[in-house]
Structures are given as C-alpha cells and as structure tokens.
Design a protein around this ligand. Structure first.
Ligand SMILES: [Zn+2]
Length: 212
C-alpha cells in the first residue's frame, strides 16, 4: 500500500496548491480536496492530512469556505476536530460545550444557558486562525456525486493503510480526543482502513488529474 500512497503523494504535491484566501474561480464546482498542514511530511514531500468532498451539487467552493472561513463548528467536522484538539491540548473544560451541536433551533434553546458563547466565539477564531495559517490544499474535479464519495473513501483508505505515513511528534491531531485521528494521522474518522484504490483506479485517477 505504501507504493500507491507514495505515488498519490507525488501527484497531489505536484498540483497547484491553494491556501487562504484562495481564488474561488480556480476551484471547480464539484470535486475532491486534499489537505496538507505545515510541519507534516511523508514520502519526502508534504504529508496528506485530510481528504474530503461534498455531497450537494456544485458545493465544493462553499464546502471549503465552511472549513476556512465560516465560524460554525457544527457545519464543518474539520473545524470541530481542530477545535477539539486545540482545547484538549490545553485541558480546557470548554471542550464539553464545544461538543454540543447547536445546529437546530431546538438544541440552541435547550443548551442556551449552558454555553459560554463568548468563549465559543473565541474558540472559533482560534480555529480559523489555525486553519488559515497552517492548512493548504489541492483540488480536482469529479462531477458525479457517487464517484466523488467512492474516490474519497478509497484515497482515505490508501493513505490510512500506508505504513510510511506518520504524523510528526508535534502534530495537532495527536492531541485529539478522537482515537482514530491520532491513530490514522488524518483529520478523518470515516472510511479509514477500508478498500484502497486498485491498480485500475490508480490509472483512472491519474487521468483525472491530467498527469502524463
Ligand atoms: Zn503514505
């Protein structure tokens, strides 16, 4: 598995990298994104730290904004996980409140008295700063939703099954309360250690990335 993981690391690292504030016009409307993080290396290049996509049609750009810009942890599992690790690193008891999902009006009403909203806002700002300062990404177009989900899953599996991809000692994910993040070295929880890309799918992916 390490061989294919090495190959996709070289492919993705050879592509145009984006970081905050990215030019939306350079991002396809539908596709998969691959994240890199400062200080993380594997296969003699930048280590892949997260693979993600979107379900809604034409939503890739807004999905990336939910991670990089919009300060709402309950709309971005990536933000939620970065916040969990930042808080856990400091043994901050606010972690318990950070876990509450305040998406619906009902849950907002239910937890209103329990949540320190000033602290929540501060934490959102820290998450934004961390992501904008440390995370970069590449994207590639995949128009079909089922195809996107399948390729996303298989890339996650290919990278998580690699024995050469290791997080650095100081990686923020090592402070995550989520075992799977620590163990996999990825800001992903689903689709780990499942079916990796086959040889045929590697060839198709290469074509999708326009690599000769
Ligand atoms: Zn690897």
């Amino acid at each position: 598995m390490s061989k294919d993981c090495n190959t996709i690391h070289q492919w993705f690292n050879g592509m145009k990298k984006h970081s905050f504030s990215f030019n939306e016009q350079e991002i396809p409307e539908n596709g998969i994104y691959i994240l890199f993080e400062k200080g993380e290396f594997a296969h003699s290049t930048n280590r892949i730290v997260r693979i993600g996509t979107h379900t809604g049609n034409n939503k890739l750009r807004s999905r990336l904004k939910e991670h990089f810009v919009n300060e709402n942890k309950d709309r971005s599992i990536f933000r939620k996980n970065i916040g969990r690790a930042l808080l856990n690193k400091n043994n901050d008891p606010f972690l318990k409140q950070w876990e509450l999902d305040l998406t619906t009006k009902k849950s907002k009403e239910k937890y209103f008295k329990n949540v320190d909203f000033k602290k929540q806002k501060e934490t959102e700002k820290r998450v934004t700063k961390y992501i904008q300062d440390n995370v970069s990404f590449v994207v590639f177009q995949v128009d079909d939703k089922n195809k996107r989900l399948e390729i996303e899953s298989k890339i996650i599996s290919t990278v998580s099954l690699c024995d050469e991809c290791k997080s650095s000692k100081n990686w923020l994910g090592n402070f995550s309360p989520k075992e799977k993040i620590k163990e996999s070295g990825l800001w992903n929880i689903k689709e780990l250690w499942k079916t990796p890309l086959s040889d045929k799918e590697m060839i198709k992916l290469k074509q999708m990335l326009n690599i000769n």
